[in-house]
Ligand binder design. Sequence first.
Ligand code: HEM
Length: 479
Amino acid sequence: MSSSSSSSSSSQKDLNSSSSLSKLPLRKIPGDYGLPFFGREEFFNARMHKYQSTVFRANMPPGPFIASNPNVIVLLDSISFPILFDTSKVEKRNVLDGTYMPSTAFTGGYRVCAYLDPSETSHAPLKRLFMSALAARHHNFIPLFRNSLSELFTSLEDDISSKGEADFNDISDNMSFNFVFRLFCDKYPSETALGSQGPSIVTKWLFFQLAPLITLGLSLLPDVVEDLLLHTFPLPSIFVKSDYKKLYRAFYASASSILDEAESMGIKRDEACHNLVFLAGFNAYGGMKALFPSLIKWVGSAGEKLHRQLADEIRAVVKAEGGVSFAALEKMSLTKSVVYEALRIEPPVPFQYGKAKEDMVIHSHDAAFEIKKGEMIFGYQPFATKDPKVFENPVEFIGNRFMGEGERLLKYVYWSNGRESDNPTVENKQCAGKDLVLLLSRVMLVEFFLRYDTFDIESGTLLLGSSVTFKSITKATYT
Ligand code: HEM
């Protein structure tokens, strides 16, 4: 691990000072819309260098039969990006997936919370319901997740000993679905008609909604075939209708306490339940599907030295605090920093969109740009959170980057659709699960390094993130 993180923060000017930003020269936004493009990292890099600008115009997939207008203004630096969090300036209506919106037939005919702009009257009650449901379950987060993780580690060890390796994604997806279902419904999904089908049903439902955005990356399929298959027409919801019904019924029958609360708040029971299925399946399970393999991939690739440091910190704090508690987790500075670093280097939700509510001027590090009302703004987060003007050695995974002085850089970590230094409210669009996600990621590392000293993995890419295969795992040899 390098110790370079603190020097980057001390050499940093105050990038947000409005007086320094207002002196920047006004520049016409470079770029043209041309043909829609695919192959995103290379494209963004090439255009950024061609225009010598982190703000430019481009086209985003999917094509015109799905998206009404694929033209966007791309933001690639950490200064311009947060305009997307300012809901007084950008409209977040129907932009969750970008320039197109999947049919509401996927969600019982309702536009669910994540597609609503805060100015729409149903956004605040729904988000308040979720935040209240989470707050009421706060005491259960740690014991329930530890219990889910013990099942995960048993499967991992069994697979490694029987097959010589373990597919982490499958095991993690099952664990995540069980955890989320038990959190909201107080029973195992296997106690309902879902049986063990939950994860595969949700994965299929997600795939149908997100297909226009997904890059299969199959070398067998030329890009043009993939474009025709996935990016030209939306996939019809009819193929997932009966599966979705099964999912909905399981939640409807089991999440009575949340649905009762919804009704007492004036939300219709079926609307609340479709929203809950989306919260559990899309926001929570979908997020975890991308996040947990990515976290394990980065920690795994960082190697034995970091593993030793994490194990030392975690075991010492757990011993001193007498267990895994909120207070104990708060004291684990390296563990916390490692989680932030994983979320910075590979934000699980890489795309953010918003439509300008008014004419405005936005700033990058070195110029100002005029945006007209109605124009679509698109932030590609992996570039914004690897901005070399903010983060030293931005493409390197530096476990202790956010420790000590490095905490100052947390305001440039954007994974939750907001700054890490801000919190979700019913007026903004920041992830309602922000604190829970951080907690679960920390507990995953804690449970891991209480049990094991180190591990080896192989990783690759998948439709929604990274694939991780465990090759070996070493049981804890010291306390
Ligand atoms: C596990 C990893 C997760 C990640 C990476 C993640 C990320 C995000 C992001 C990026 C957004 C904003 C999307 C946009 O509007 O552009 C969002 C919204 C949201 N997330 Fe999460 N999320 C995760 C887990 C969760 C969990 C566990 C919950 C709740 C149980 C949750 C609840 C929500 C809700 C309700 C919204 C919509 C907020 C609103 O409409 O104001 N998320 N999440």
